[in-house]
Ligand binder design. Sequence first.
Ligand SMILES: [Zn+2]
Length: 120
Amino acid sequence: MTDFTITEDFPKNEIEFDARFLDPTNCYDYLFKQKWPNGFICKKCGHSKCWVSSRNLYICTQCEHNHSLTAGTIMDSSKKPITYWFKAMWWFTTRKSGVNAVPVHTQCLTEYPATCFRTQ
Ligand SMILES: [Zn+2]
C-alpha cells in the first residue's frame, strides 16, 4: 500500500471553499498550480514564458502554442463559468452519501443562474 500526504492547502469546509473559489481567478490559479507546480513550461518547445489571453489560454511567447488549463477535463469547452464546475466538484467530492443530478440542478436554480448545469 502506498502512503501519501496531502500537501496543498485545500479548503477544510464549505465556508473556506466559498471564500477561495467563488472568484474565477482563484479557480484558474488553482488549476495553473496543478498543471505547472514549478511555473509555466510549454509542452511543445519547453519555453518558460507565456502570456494569458482573455479566454484564459496560456500562449507560449516563443512558439505561440496555446495551452488550456481545462483541456482534457470535464470543464473543457464548457460555456458554464469555472466557478460552477468547482462548486459541483466540491459537492460531489465532499458528500458522504453522494450527490445526484437533481439536487445539484435544484441548488443551481436557487443559488445560480438557471442554465447552470443544463447541457445544450
Ligand atoms: Zn512553446
